[in-house]
Design a protein around this ligand. Structure first.
Ligand SMILES: Nc1ncnc2c1ncn2[C@@H]1O[C@H](COP(=O)(O)OP(=O)(O)OP(=O)(O)O)[C@@H](O)[C@H]1O
Length: 299
């Protein structure tokens, strides 16, 4: 895998506040990398530094193995805040202005408008657009130079459920074209639905970095019920569990990798126990995220 971005020991201090604390990360080509963290955890500051709009206090970052230069910057399209479009001009006119500023070919305008599904509304004035359409036009403007990397800060903030779904779908489409996407979000659900990789920040420090799939796949929980009084004892000696907890509805068994509800059922059967309820649940990223944040408080 090729690294698109390598962040090494990055630190940013604002007086006594450490916004980014010795952060090291690698973003691989073709990944959708989510930077996840609660408000104030340093996401926007990190994005600002790697986009050269905020000066770092220490550490370094390399784009495509190189220190920032004009050639490298051309490969990056970013939306940190909603760009200022002219409200009384159409999408086409606004993008013509952006293309002129960025030196992008005007022949890119129509394809990007089609990509973000604004082609039908291309001649309507920007001020008549919904928030979701405005956000899609921002993405269109970042796509004008056909960047290899897209950086998005809280791309679905303030949108209604339909707008959120449209933006998420668009991000997936852009990723399918082979572009690398780095997005900051405080929404676990968003990271789980859209990202292939993610990291968790808290007060500027890295708590976790890895693949979304690994985290989601690694933690399968099974809710088990049985009329047998032997159930608890049997579960205690089950080798495929990392944790067994009793809850209101029965027992919640967290399975280790390579085990599933079928294994557990076969084991119980061997012990002469019939399970009358066996439901698999994937532990959500949300639960794990909250646990990570809570654990770091006790560290
Ligand atoms: N210009 C600044 N001057 C002083 N402190 C700042 C400045 N910008 C950010 N901070 C502080 O740095 C920390 C990280 O802020 P940052 O905006 O990067 O977090 P974030 O994770 O993006 O949060 P949010 O989701 O709320 O935008 C916060 O404590 C914030 O108050």
């Amino acid at each position: 895998m090729t690294a698109v971005l390598e962040i090494k020991n990055l630190t940013k201090r604002y007086g006594r506040i450490t916004a980014v604390n010795d952060l090291s990360l690698t973003v691989e080509k073709g990944s959708v990398f989510g930077i996840l963290g609660p408000n104030g955890s340093g996401k926007t500051t990190t994005l600002g530094i790697i986009l050269d709009v905020i000066n770092r206090t220490g550490g370094e970052y390399l784009w495509f193995g190189e220190q920032g230069n004009n050639q490298v910057r051309k490969k990056i399209g970013a939306i940190l805040e909603t760009p200022i479009f002219y409200p009384y001009l159409s999408a086409i006119k606004n993008l013509e202005i952006v293309a002129d500023i960025k030196g992008a070919p005007t022949s890119n305008i129509e394809p990007v408008l089609k990509k973000v599904e604004l082609y039908e509304r291309r001649d309507d004035k920007y001020r008549t657009y919904s928030l979701g359409m405005k956000q899609r036009l921002s993405i269109a403007s970042a796509l004008l130079c056909d960047p290899e990397v897209m950086i998005l800060d809280e791309p679905t903030n303030g949108l209604d459920p339909q707008g959120i779904a449209e933006i998420r779908e668009l991000i997936k489409q852009i990723a399918l074209e082979g572009k690398t996407i780095i997005l900051a979000s405080h929404l676990l659900d968003e990271v789980q639905k859209v990202c292939s990789h993610f990291c968790v920040l808290k007060r500027g420090s890295l708590l976790y970095s890895g693949m979304v799939e690994e985290v989601s796949a690694g933690l399968v929980q099974v809710e088990v019920k049985s009329d047998s009084p032997e159930l608890e004892k049997a579960l205690e000696t089950y080798q495929g569990a990392s944790k067994t907890e009793r809850d209101l509805h029965g027992y919640m068994v967290t399975l280790t990798e390579g085990h599933d509800a079928g294994h557990l059922n076969a084991y119980l059967h061997q012990q002469g126990i019939t399970a009358n309820h066996l439901v698999t649940q994937r532990k959500s990223l949300e639960k794990q995220f909250l646990e990570l944040l809570a654990e770091s408080d006790h560290a």
